[in-house]
Design a protein around this ligand. Structure first.
Ligand SMILES: Cc1cc2nc3c(=O)[nH]c(=O)nc-3n(C[C@H](O)[C@H](O)[C@H](O)COP(=O)(O)O)c2cc1C
Length: 225
């Protein structure tokens, strides 16, 4: 363990006293875009304009076959009426969960804007053609890393990862375009529920949720904070 963790941890003694009053910004039904994806695109634009670090970062929640949940951050790289797409390694722990349940939830935590968006729904792997289009935009180093890392596997030490990257680098040294690995690609969450949360004074926050009904129509509901 690195020294100094105790000094730093003492600062968390103040957690219970941390409290932020949210400004009067409101989210009214009349403010909402006609569809969840236009509304999400608008709020992503606000997060980008506000200069938030990695505004497309979302916390992805999955559960394993026994119901044990996990969460981790991934980057949303696609948004359209079909859903939200992130890219990952198909051998990872999250993909084992998704293979078992076929459902996921994701939250964009835009704390600095007193906002969050929470969505949930079934997931599906996008086509290799779609993944390949995005793959080509990735820097070569990130492409080699995807070949080198068996994401979520236990490794003996850091050196093993460095060696794996050296091997991937050597393997594709003479190849201009590193190919899309068969174990890597995009996953789309096709939401059935997308909630937009705006912090308000006195903890009386605005929560507006687009919900997909059985008949295939979307309805907007207001939830108590
Ligand atoms: C800001 C940020 C962005 C990340 N983006 C991704 C991503 O787009 N895809 C991904 O597979 N992992 C991403 N990660 C790493 C994941 O959080 C996680 O460590 C990894 O996917 C393994 O998760 P798993 O073992 O639960 O499958 C990101 C981490 C951070 C902090």
């Amino acid at each position: 363990m690195a020294a100094g963790w105790m000094d730093r941890s003492q600062r968390t003694d103040d957690l219970a006293r941390m409290r932020v009053a949210y400004p009067a910004a409101a989210l009214e039904e009349a403010d909402l875009a006609g569809t969840w994806h236009e509304q999400l695109a608008g709020w992503l634009g606000d997060a980008l304009a506000a200069g938030l670090p990695e505004p497309n970062a979302m916390v992805l929640a999955t559960a394993d076959a026994g119901g044990l949940p996990s969460s981790r951050t991934v980057l949303a790289k696609g948004l359209d009426p079909r859903g939200v797409v992130f890219y990952t390694n198909f051998t990872s722990a999250k993909m084992r969960d998704l293979d078992a349940t076929a459902f996921a939830a994701a939250t964009f935590p835009w704390i600095a804007l007193h906002r969050q968006v929470h969505l949930r729904g079934p997931v599906g792997v996008i086509t290799p053609e779609e993944s390949a289009t995005y793959w080509k935009t990735r820097p070569r180093g990130a492409q080699l890393g995807a070949w080198a890392s068996a994401q979520s596997a236990v490794v003996p030490d850091r050196r093993a990862l460095d060696v794996a990257l050296e091997q991937a680098t050597a393997r594709f040294a003479d190849v201009e375009q590193v190919p899309l690995p068969p174990h890597w690609g995009g996953v789309r969450i096709s939401p059935v529920s997308v909630e937009f949360w705006q912090g308000r004074p006195n903890r009386m926050h605005d929560r507006l949720r687009y919900r997909l009904a059985e008949d295939g129509d979307w309805a907007v509901q207001r939830l108590a904070p």
